[in-house]
Design a binder for this molecule. Sequence first.
Ligand code: FES
Length: 113
Amino acid sequence: MVAKPFFFDTKAHMLICTDPRCAESGSSVLFQAVWQGLETEKLAYYKTGGNLRLSESGCLGACNFGPTVACYFKRNNHLEQAWFANMDYPKTMQLAKALQADLELPVLGRFDL
Ligand code: FES
């Protein structure tokens, strides 16, 4: 039998752009803060009760409106997406909590609708 990695159940994957234009707007600091926030709030996929993943990403195409955050998530067995501009720590954590709890996502900053 071939060994394989353990799969952590994942409700959503959040991507924070840390390319230079968003980094000028504080996205690298935002990424580190959200990483800590997911751990503290036990929302991170490897923490008890948490099912969220977080990654740095390259340009998400909204450079003049950074920090930009995209997320992919499961709802009703479908893969969905949501894209946000001008994100900060409170707004990103509000998004994370909504994703974890399967609540309606915030509309502030959302630009894919
Ligand atoms: S640099 Fe972040 S969206 Fe382009």
